[in-house]
Design a protein around this ligand. Structure first.
Ligand SMILES: [Zn+2]
Length: 371
C-alpha cells in the first residue's frame, strides 16, 4: 500500500481517478493507531461490512468485488505508520491502492463511487492543517510543527541570555547594551529558522508561546507577511509539557480557521453585491463548477441537497434520484452532493475551503468566480 502525503494536493491528484457513469473506486475510512477508539472490526472486513450502495449495475458489482479482493490482499499483515486516522483508496482498474493519513480519526465508512470519496478527508485535512508553534524564553527556543495530531520538534536554538545578574566590573549601561545585543542576535537566529519552516512546509499560521517580553521582541524581528500569520501568544513557562502546549495551540489555530471561513463568506457576499462575480446556493455553484469558473469554493456539509447520477448517459445534477433529467432513464442513483461538488472543484483547479458550519443562509455552498 502506497502512503501519500496528507494534504489537499494529494486529494486533488486522486480526483483524476474517475468514471462518469460507473461506480468503480473504493474508498475506506478508518481510525489509526493514535485514535482513542480503535477499529472494532478487522481492517480487511471494513468494506464488506460498511458499504451501503443501492442500484448497483452488473459492472459495478464486479468493481465492488474486485476492489474488495484487492483490499483484502493489501491489508493482510499491513503495518501502517502511526496516525490518528486514514483514508485508503482502492482502484483495481488503474491498479492503485494508497492510503493518506488524516489529522483526526474519521467515522468508519466505505464508499463505492465513480471517483475516490474525498469530501470527509478534505474537511479534516483543511480543518486541522499543520501550523508552526514557537516556544521561546531567554534560555532557549524550540520550534515545532503541529501536524497529524502531534507537535513534532523541528529546530532548537540555545539562548542563555542572563536575566538580571550583573557580571564583573561592568557598568549597568554597558551590561544592558550587551544584553540587548544578545537578545537581538537570539531573535534573528530564531526568526530565520521560523521563516524557513513556514516557507518549506507552506504553513500559514503561527502560535507563539513562552516569555511574553521575549515574544514581543521576536515579533519585531518578523516581516509583516509572517507577523500576520500569528494567531495567538500564549504565556507559558514550561516547554516540556508538549501535550498541553499542543492542546492550547490547537484551540487558537482552529478559531483562526473559522475566522478565515467567515471572511471568505463575507468576501463572497460582497462580490455578489458588487459585480456578481460570486454565486450562492447549489444550482448556481454547480453551473459555475461545470464551466470551471470557480476560483474559491466554500463548502459545508450540504445535507439538504440531493444529487443524482445517470447510468445510461452519465448525466448528473441536483434533485431526487428518480429519473434522468437528460435522457429520461430511470437507471439513476443517489450521490453525496458535498462529495460531487468537491470532486468538481478539484478537477477545475478551484481552491476549496471546507466548513463544518452548515451555512444554510447561502444554501450550504457558495463560490467566488474567476469571471
Ligand atoms: Zn441519462
Amino acid at each position: 500500500m502506497q502512503i501519500l502525503p496528507s494534504d489537499l494536493d494529494t486529494l486533488r491528484s486522486l480526483a483524476d481517478i474517475k468514471s462518469d457513469d460507473t461506480r468503480c473506486v473504493l474508498s475506506v475510512y478508518f481510525p489509526g493507531s493514535q485514535a482513542e477508539e480503535p477499529l472494532a472490526l478487522p481492517l480487511g472486513d471494513v468494506p464488506e461490512r460498511m458499504l451501503e450502495t443501492d442500484r448497483l449495475s452488473d459492472d459495478e458489482r464486479e468493481h465492488r468485488d474486485r476492489n474488495i479482493e484487492r483490499w483484502r490482499e493489501a491489508t493482510t499483515d499491513l503495518a501502517l505508520p502511526d496516525a490518528p486516522g486514514w483514508l485508503a483508496v482502492v482502484s483495481w482498474m488503474t491498479d492503485q491502492v494508497c492510503a493518506i493519513p488524516l489529522p483526526k480519526p474519521p467515522q468508519v465508512a466505505a464508499y463505492l463511487d465513480n471517483s475516490p470519496f474525498l469530501y470527509p478527508a478534505g474537511r479534516l485535512i483543511d480543518e486541522f492543517a499543520p501550523y508552526a508553534v514557537l516556544f521561546a524564553d531567554h534560555s532557549r527556543a524550540v520550534l515545532y510543527e503541529a501536524i497529524l495530531g502531534d507537535l513534532v520538534e523541528h529546530d532548537r536554538v540555545r539562548g542563555d541570555i542572563k536575566n538580571h545578574v550583573k557580571k564583573g566590573g561592568w557598568s549597568q549601561a554597558r551590561y544592558e547594551r550587551r544584553r540587548d545585543q544578545e537578545i537581538h542576535i537570539f531573535c534573528e537566529r530564531i526568526t530565520e529558522r521560523l521563516r524557513r519552516l513556514i516557507d518549506e512546509e507552506e504553513l500559514d499560521r503561527i502560535v507563539l508561546a513562552g516569555d511574553e517580553r521575549l515574544l514581543g521582541e521576536l515579533e519585531e524581528h518578523l516581516e509583516d507577511r509572517y507577523r500576520e500569520m500569528i494567531v495567538t501568544r500564549l504565556p507559558v513557562d514550561d516547554a516540556s509539557d508538549t501535550d498541553s502546549l499542543f492542546e492550547d495551540s490547537l484551540e487558537a489555530a482552529f478559531a483562526e480557521e473559522q475566522r478565515l471561513e467567515r471572511r471568505l463568506l463575507e468576501q463572497i457576499r460582497a462580490a455578489k453585491a458588487a459585480d456578481d462575480k460570486a454565486v450562492l446556493g447549489p444550482n448556481g455553484v454547480l453551473d459555475a463548477l461545470k464551466a470551471h469558473r470557480v476560483s474559491r469554493l466554500l463548502i459545508g456539509p450540504m445535507e439538504d441537497t440531493r444529487f443524482w447520477r445517470c447510468h445510461a448517459c452519465a448525466s448528473f445534477g441536483i434533485g431526487n434520484a428518480e429519473s434522468c433529467r437528460d435522457c429520461g432513464s430511470e437507471d439513476v442513483f443517489e450521490q453525496s452532493a458535498a462529495n460531487e461538488f468537491t470532486d468538481l472543484a478539484f478537477e477545475g483547479g478551484s481552491s476549496v475551503q471546507f466548513t463544518t458550519a452548515p451555512i444554510q443562509e447561502v444554501g450550504g455552498v457558495a463560490a467566488l468566480l474567476r469571471w
